[in-house]
Design a protein. Structure first.
Ligand SMILES: *[C@@H]1O[C@H](CO)[C@@H](O)[C@H](O)[C@H]1NC(C)=O
Ligand SMILES: *[C@@H]1O[C@H](CO)[C@@H](O)[C@H](O)[C@H]1NC(C)=O
Ligand SMILES: *[C@@H]1O[C@H](CO)[C@@H](O)[C@H](O)[C@H]1NC(C)=O
Length: 387
């Protein structure tokens, strides 16, 4: 409760009869406060709320089946970590910057798009399915967004935030997974490791540029243990001696840990360079690893098996036919369909987490124990329950 509100509440306490007093206290209590008025998010499919499908419409069910009851731009059955974060600080789900119809940017914008990378995509990569909206493009987009907010805010017609929003926002990053995995099959772990420091330094320099735009609080999510993902278990070369007791690939998971350590170090340096900024490393890796290793302890049933896929078996993932797609395989039209109980799975489609897993991760990070350095969102906001 801020001071002004306290004053109002106090004067109400003194002057009103008991019934009115109770009502006023209820009103004061339920009116959630948060110093963060908006979120600006940068990322890939792990946090895309509809940007990619706005640019390249083609989304099909069963995406969105659990929460939205229809495809809603997200590569999962329901909400993403970024959606839960928005709910927790009491703002609407983020509109994708690229979505021209029905968007509302008063509480931020989402620059994330499916298949985005940190590094500039090579044109040859683009044809193999890497998004053109790399981190550098996403940064250009928020710069343009800011220019337009400053030019247009007085028109009153557009769903834009006030120009002072940039200092009162959370800046979130959940990107780098495609840089990491995109070339693993062709270059191997050591090949990919050549350019990972460059990926990390681009994330750090983007944080600095956003600081110049007025940003002061940055949450940078690390990479999840992709060695436990059904798709990579099927697609990446490994032998059984590379599997740990949870069925995850040791070598790839170790490489993720190394990447995360480089990221953590770079952010430590970035923090030193930026006065009065909160540059927070968010260890979702630990939470996801725990879910893959002990799904049952967290109310789930399946770790390394996809809900939406084809082929059944240990992984229920077939790289020839992704979730929701139909392909002619051995003379038969095969469709990769969803399980009936996505709430029992960590993995939605072999690549992306289910809403159930995202919610567990969101709850864990909202607790504060996965922030480095320690950071209490509760000090800045009345955190709303994420139902
Ligand atoms: C399994 O992979 C490891 C590490 O890549 C390698 O050292 C080992 O020789 C492989 N074993 C077999 C049976 O291929
Ligand atoms: C597979 O589906 C396509 C598109 O709907 C259709 O044209 C084709 O005849 C089908 N093939 C078989 C073998 O069912
Ligand atoms: C953290 O979250 C878990 C559930 O995800 C909850 O049981 C626990 O009470 C929370 N702890 C704090 C300090 O909020």
């Amino acid at each position: 409760m801020n001071l002004e509100r306290k004053k109002v509440c106090n004067s109400l306490n003194q002057s009103l009869i008991v019934f009115a007093l109770l009502m006023a206290m209820l009103a004061c209590k339920s009116d959630a406060k948060c110093s963060f008025k908006a979120i600006f998010n940068f990322g890939d499919s792990n946090s895309d709320t509809g940007g990619f499908w706005a640019a390249f419409p083609a989304e099909k069910p069963p995406n969105g089946m659990t929460y939205f009851k229809k495809p809603d731009g997200r590569a999962t059955d329901g909400r993403l970590i970024i959606d839960f974060l928005a709910q927790a600080i009491g703002i609407p789900f983020l509109s994708p910057y690229l979505k021209s119809i029905g968007s509302d940017f008063r509480h931020g914008a989402n620059f994330a798009t499916l298949a985005s990378t940190v590094r500039l995509p090579q044109s040859s990569l683009f044809v193999t399915g890497v998004s053109p909206f790399s981190l550098a493009i996403q940064l250009n987009q928020i710069k343009q967004f800011k220019v337009q907010v400053e030019e247009l805010h007085s028109s009153g017609k557009l769903n834009l935030p006030p120009p002072d929003i940039f200092g009162k926002s959370l800046y979130t990053f959940y990107i780098g997974q495609n840089d990491f995995t995109g070339n693993l099959a062709s270059l191997g772990i050591s090949g990919v490791q050549q350019y990972l420091p460059e990926v990390v330094s681009q994330i750090a320099s983007t944080v600095k540029e956003l600081y110049e735009l007025g940003g002061r609080t940055f949450l940078v999510l690390n990479l999840a243990p992709i060695g436990c993902y059904p798709s990579f278990l099927v697609e990446l070369p490994h032998n059984s001696s590379d599997l740990d007791s949870f069925g995850c690939m040791i070598s790839y998971n170790n490489a993720v840990i190394e990447y995360n350590n480089i990221l953590k170090q770079a952010l430590t340096q970035t923090r030193k360079d930026l006065p009065n900024a909160n540059v927070i490393y968010v260890d979702i890796h630990s939470v996801m690893l725990e879910l893959f290793q002990h799904p049952i302890s967290h109310g789930l049933k399946y770790g390394t098996k996809a809900c939406c896929g084809y082929g059944g078996g240990a992984y229920n993932f077939d790289p020839r036919v992704f979730c929701s797609n139909t392909k002619l395989i051995n003379g038969k039209n095969i469709t990769a369909i969803a399980c009936k109980d996505p709430y029992n799975y960590v993995s939605w489609d072999g690549i992306h987490a289910t809403e159930a897993a995202n919610k567990l991760v969101a709850n864990a990070i909202l607790n504060g124990s996965y922030f480095d350095p320690p950071f209490s969102l509760h000090k800045f906001c009345d955190i709303q329950p994420i139902g």
